[in-house]
Design a protein. Structure first.
Lengths: 236, 46
C-alpha cells in the first residue's frame, strides 16, 4: 500500500501540474486558440503508445530468442498499455478535429494507419485470449506482435510521405517546422506526465501477468494432487 | 475561452481512460491475489 502511494502521489501531482500548464501556461495559438491545447495530451499519448509498442516488439523478439515467459508478460503488458494510449489518441484527435476541420474523422493516411495500429494490438490481445497453452500463446502472439510493429514506422512517416488532412509534423519535421519555446516546455511537461502514467500502468500490468502465471501453476498443482488422491482412493 | 468545453472534455477523456484502466488492472490483481491465497490454503490442507 505504501509502495502504491509513493508511486501514485507523484503521478497525481504531475497530472495536475501538466493540466495546469497545458490550459493556462502554454501560449495561445494564433489561429486555433484554446482547442489547440489538446495537442499537449494528444501528442504525448501518441509518443507513449509508440514507446509501449516498441517495448512489445523488444519483448516479443526477446521471447522468441530466449523462450523465457517474463518477456511474454512484458509483451502483453506493453500491448495493453499501448492500446490505452492509442485509445486516448483516437478520442482526443476527433475532439480537436470537429471545431478545426468541421468533421470528426477522415480516412487520410495518418488517421487510417493509427486506427489500423489500434486494431492490430486489439487483435494481439484477442489472439492471446483464444489460446490456452501458455508456450503456444506466447510464441504465436510474439510472432504477431513483431508483425504488428511494422505499422508503427508507417504511422510515423504517414504525414511525411503523403499529403494528409492531419497537420504536418511540428517535431522532427524538417525546415519550417517547430514549436514556440513556451509550447515546447509545456509539451515536455505533459509528455513526462503521460510517460510516468504509462510506466506505472506497465509495472502494474506486468505484476498482473506474473500473478496470473503463479495462479496457473498453483491450480495445476492442486489439480494434480486432487487427481493423485482420487486415484489412490480408487486403488483401495 | 472559445471551445473550452471541447478542450475540457478531451482533458477529462485522457485521464478517465488511464484511471479506468488502472482501476481494472488493480481489481484484477486483487482478485488474483485472493485466488492464489485460496489455492495455497488448499495445498496446505491437502
Amino acid at each position: 500500500m505504501k509502495r502504491r502511494i509513493t508511486l501514485i502521489l507523484p503521478v497525481a501531482a504531475l497530472i495536475f501540474f501538466a493540466g495546469y500548464a497545458a490550459l493556462f501556461i502554454a501560449p495561445d495559438e494564433k489561429t486555433m486558440h484554446a482547442i489547440q491545447r489538446i495537442f499537449y495530451f494528444h501528442v504525448p499519448s501518441a509518443i507513449s503508445a509508440f514507446i509501449a509498442f516498441f517495448i512489445v516488439f523488444i519483448a516479443n523478439t526477446a521471447y522468441l530468442v530466449s523462450r523465457q515467459l517474463k518477456w511474454d508478460w512484458l509483451g502483453v503488458a506493453g500491448a495493453e498499455v499501448g492500446v490505452a494510449c492509442c485509445t486516448v489518441v483516437l478520442i482526443t484527435g476527433p475532439i480537436w478535429a470537429r471545431p478545426v476541420w468541421g468533421i470528426w474523422w477522415t480516412w487520410d493516411a495518418r488517421l487510417t494507419s493509427t486506427f489500423i495500429l489500434w486494431l492490430l494490438y486489439i487483435s494481439y490481445l484477442l489472439l492471446r485470449a483464444l489460446l490456452e497453452d501458455s508456450q503456444r500463446r506466447a510464441t504465436l502472439s510474439a510472432i504477431f506482435g513483431i508483425f504488428a510493429f511494422l505499422d508503427v514506422p508507417l504511422v510515423y512517416l504517414s504525414n511525411r510521405l503523403w499529403r494528409t488532412q492531419h497537420p504536418q509534423p511540428v517535431i522532427l519535421g524538417g525546415e519550417n517546422s517547430g514549436l514556440a519555446p513556451g509550447m515546447g516546455k509545456v509539451l515536455l511537461i505533459c509528455w513526462i506526465a503521460v510517460v510516468y502514467v504509462m510506466i506505472v500502468l506497465l509495472i502494474d500490468r506486468y505484476c498482473l501477468e506474473r500473478l496470473r502465471h503463479e495462479y496457473e501453476e498453483l491450480r495445476f498443482e492442486v489439480e494434480s494432487r486432487t487427481a493423485a488422491a482420487e486415484s489412490v482412493k480408487g486403488a483401495r | 475561452m472559445k471551445n473550452f468545453e471541447s478542450l475540457f472534455a478531451a482533458w477529462m477523456v485522457v485521464w478517465a481512460v488511464f484511471f479506468l484502466y488502472e482501476v481494472t488492472v488493480a481489481r484484477r490483481i486483487a482478485n488474483l491475489r485472493e485466488d492464489i491465497e485460496r489455492l495455497k490454503q488448499q495445498l496446505r490442507e491437502s
